[in-house]
Design a protein around this ligand. Structure first.
Ligand SMILES: NC(=O)c1ccc[n+]([C@@H]2O[C@H](COP(=O)([O-])OP(=O)(O)OC[C@H]3O[C@@H](n4cnc5c(N)ncnc54)[C@H](O)[C@@H]3O)[C@@H](O)[C@H]2O)c1
Ligand SMILES: CC(C)C[C@H](N)C(=O)O
Length: 365
């Protein structure tokens, strides 16, 4: 892999490799763009097939956070970390504390939080070494687990997409096929069930499926069946790249709206579903609830204020759909434009009067 060519392709700022032999830490911090502010993005712990796969994932996810934070209206840039390892076996206290010291060394250019494979308890350990971490325990006056708030945002965004597809944002009686019923999707199913939607669920974890069947009267299907099931809305809430050449011909839903990051395998798949008339709620717009919630910690966490911002995901999805219709483009492109325009506007409004952190008119010494 030609690292600098890759960084140049999407103009990444920084790639940091962190190694600590004693704890087994192998982490990669990718900082994509800090135009809007410090890079905020979670830490993913995963067993990668190769170091190259881990680097690529960190870079791809970091760039996604730049767009997510910009589209959500946050004054934050995009970054992400991946820790190479099995979250069920390889975690230890020293690992997260060592990682916290590396974050501290970046002096605020990067702020972390939870992602797949990491928990509030892990963030609390990182917090032993640095303040540049969010999603820490409510006991510290912080926001805790972001997943329920992410789920609320996905629910709000799904309603906005439903309004476009079905003429009403009510989800009562709508059949929603939920792929993966983990932390986010369990809470999403709760909202959907409360509104009277009919749920079809799948997961490779049988216990998670059974819980949704027992609590929400969901119908369970096999993981491969979820793409071809008759439904109104398909909600990808497990992995990325699930909208691809193999799955698209099977999809019967009129709306795709779910929590997973990087749902389109390639941009061309966003074009194909657009041509098929499917309303796609762009992943990083609809799943921004978690980052909006943890970012509120930077102002002294206030749950009501954070939830009000998360509710705006309804309007953000509606706006993306409106731009897409106005410009005759797919929604994924409309979302990219919305995020890029905000970054450009802010780049040009950067202070002209600060030099080395001091106002040029301030008298020093
Ligand atoms: N947690 C958040 O706040 C948040 C925020 C934004 C985006 N996301 C994204 O949303 C998705 C879900 O996040 P989460 O926190 O709920 O993760 P999670 O690990 O709790 O849940 C994912 C679920 O998907 C299941 N799964 C994995 N492979 C599957 C397959 N092939 N078929 C069916 N099910 C499968 C897993 O068993 C698990 O139950 C991820 O893509 C994550 O990046 C999460
Ligand atoms: C900052 C975190 C809450 C980020 C979250 N894992 C996401 O992908 O949006």
């Amino acid at each position: 892999m030609e690292i600098f060519s890759y960084l140049e392709k999407y103009d990444y700022e920084q790639l940091v490799f962190c190694q600590d032999q004693q704890s087994g830490l192998k982490a990669i911090i990718a900082i994509h763009d800090t135009t809007l502010g410090p890079a905020l993005g979670g830490t993913r712990m995963w067993t990668y097939a190769s170091e190259e796969a881990a680097i690529e994932d960190a870079l791809r996810l970091a760039r996604g956070m730049t767009y997510k934070n910009a589209a959500a209206g946050l004054n934050l840039g995009g970054g992400k970390t991946v820790i190479i390892g099995d979250p069920r076996k390889d975690k230890n206290e020293e690992m997260f504390r060592a990682f916290g010291r590396y974050i501290q060394g970046l002096n605020g250019r990067y702020i972390t939080a939870e992602d797949v494979g990491t928990t509030v308890a892990d963030m609390d350990l990182i917090h032993e070494e640095t303040d540049y971490v969010t999603g820490i325990s409510p006991a510290f006056g912080s926001s805790g687990n972001p997943s329920p708030v992410t789920a609320y945002g996905v629910y709000r965004g799904m309603k906005a997409a439903a309004k476009e597809a079905f003429g009403s944002d009510s989800l009562e009686g709508k059949v929603v096929a939920v792929q993966g019923v983990g932390n986010v999707a369990y809470n999403l199913c709760r909202h959907l069930n409360e509104e009277g939607a009919t749920l079809i669920v799948t997961d490779i974890n049988k216990e998670a499926v059974q819980k949704a069947v027992d609590e929400f009267g969901a119908r369970a299907v096999d993981p491969d069946e979820i793409y071809s099931i008759e439904c109104d809305i398909y909600a990808p809430c497990a992995l990325g790249a699930v909208i691809n050449d193999e799955t698209i011909p099977h999809i019967k839903a009129k709306v795709i709206a779910g929590a997973a990051n990087n749902q389109l395998k390639d941009p061309k798949h966003g074009d194909i579903i657009h041509e098929l008339g499917i309303i796609y709620a762009p992943d990083y717009v609809i799943n921004a609830g978690g980052v909006i919630n943890v970012a509120d910690e930077l102002y002294g966490y206030n749950s009501d204020r954070a939830l009000k911002k998360v509710e705006q995901i309804y309007n953000n999805i509606a706006k993306v759909i409106e731009i897409a219709k106005r410009d005759g483009i797919p929604t994924y492109l409309a979302a990219d434009r919305m995020a890029e325009e905000r970054i450009e506007r802010m780049r040009n409004s950067r202070s002209q009067f600060l030099q080395n952190g001091h106002h040029i008119l301030s008298r020093r010494g």
